[in-house]
Design a protein around this ligand. Structure first.
Ligand code: MLT
Length: 411
């Protein structure tokens, strides 16, 4: 008899975005004539910028010649990319990070899920609420979440840090000490941000309480406001307590190509069961060299091209295209009298549902009456009830069409 990891049976039957896909497919079967616009999952719609295509072509050609062919690459990523990241994403912002602290991967989602491999099942986890579902679901799989409570929303062993309009979406320090704290800023799903002073509160808390912060900075490229930190390491001593996750998915359209990276500082020490300090960087390196063979050379060459002057200009244009969508959507929804949050330094708009509508009710109405797909806030956690997320990653024409449907909607 082969036993399974029973924790998987505690999970809701499917992942949030799979549930939504099913509902949308049902709608499409019933209404094949409807032009459905997806502003649901945060997937990019613009093609890769020319500099990336050139880099991909060049790398493909290299793979076709004996002298330049590459087999297995370093599991941690090629030095050429690690060094570009260090120079452009960190040194340029006054943050001292070493190339050996950068681990290139196939994306932030994998790393955010896999990081649990090096962390004890006994750790207490805190998440902001609402939250990117991967943090909670992977802790359920890893046995750190406890059981799903009767309300079907809270996990008994997870500490929830509510973020609502009531606290301006700024989480309060927890009453109970967590070992691991997930923070995502700019935030998915609320599109809100933390100032340096607010982020410093969390770094100080983690330093005082020996907690680990898992900082998801997947959306940092969308920050406009100069006072908002792009990296947790902009806060003094954060290297002692934080791992940072970065993604090229939204920044440079890599959702299909797959590439991101994780920063595991050498200063970060975790504890073994005898209370001895262990280097997180060494542990993660051990994990990656055993379970991962690195991202393809071709893809890493494309990622490198993002950092060239031309690459940066082309990427910036795409980011502005999406942020223009965000501005247009935000204004149109505000004109309809809706309360809107986010969308200024992040590609997500967080809508307060009107007239006390539940998130799912709003989802159904928007789908059936406007043929627009969004994401119900409750799907991101209990404090997401009564909210709804729209993404700015749609095509401009679809965003304009959505706006016109929303303007004429009998809300
Ligand atoms: C989202 O819609 O929240 C994201 O696209 C999910 C992801 O990045 O995996």
């Amino acid at each position: 008899m082969v036993s399974i990891n029973d924790n998987y049976l505690k999970l809701p039957e499917s992942y949030l975005f799979s549930d939504i896909k099913k509902k949308v497919n049902t709608f499409k079967e019933l209404h094949p004539e409807a032009h459905v616009i997806s502003l649901g999952i945060g997937d990019v719609t613009r093609p890769l910028v020319p500099v990336l295509i050139e880099a991909l072509h060049a790398a493909v050609d290299e793979m076709g010649h004996t002298e330049t062919f590459r087999g297995y690459g370093p599991e941690q990523g090629y030095r050429f990319l690690q060094e570009k990241i260090v120079a452009c994403d960190f040194h340029a912002r006054g943050v001292d990070i070493d190339a050996d602290e950068i681990f290139i991967s196939d994306g932030a989602k994998s790393d955010l899920g896999n990081i649990g491999d090096i962390l004890s099942v006994k750790n207490r986890v805190a998440v902001t609420d609402p939250v990117y579902p991967v943090y909670v679901d992977t802790n359920v799989m890893g046995g750190r979440a406890g059981v799903l409570e009767r309300d079907g929303q809270h996990w008994s062993h997870i500490i929830y840090l509510p973020c609502t309009a009531g606290n301006h979406f700024i989480p309060e320090l927890p009453a109970e000490r967590p070992d691991i704290i997930y923070l995502c800023y700019p935030n998915n799903p609320t599109g809100t941000t933390l100032s340096k002073a607010e982020l410093k509160k969390w770094v100080d808390y983690a330093l005082e309480n020996d907690s680990l912060i898992l900082f998801d900075a997947a959306y940092e490229a969308f920050i406009h406001d100069e006072n908002i930190p792009h990296s947790i390491y902009e806060i003094e001593n954060a290297k002692k307590i934080a791992i940072e996750f970065r993604s090229f998915s939204k920044t440079a359209g890599f959702t299909g190509l797959r590439c991101g990276y994780t920063v595991v500082p050498k200063e970060l020490k975790l504890y073994n069961c005898s209370g001895e300090k262990i280097s997180a960087n060494k542990l993660w390196n051990r994990r990656q060299t055993t379970k991962f063979n690195g991202v393809s050379y071709i893809v890493q060459r494309a990622a490198e091209a993002i950092y060239s002057p031309v690459g940066r200009a082309q990427i910036q244009e795409s980011i502005e295209y999406y942020m223009n969508n965000a501005r247009l959507l935000k204004t149109a929804l505000q004109d309809r009298g809706l309360q809107i949050y986010g969308g200024d330094n992040a590609p997500y708009i967080w809508v307060k549902t009107p007239n006390g509508l539940s998130s799912w009710k709003f989802f159904d109405r928007l789908l059936y009456e406007c043929y627009i797909v969004g994401t119900p806030g409750i799907g991101f956690g209990p404090s997401g009830e009564g909210y709804f997320r729209l993404t700015a990653f749609g095509r401009y024409e679809d965003t304009i069409e959505s706006i016109s449907r929303i303007r004429n909607w009998d809300l």
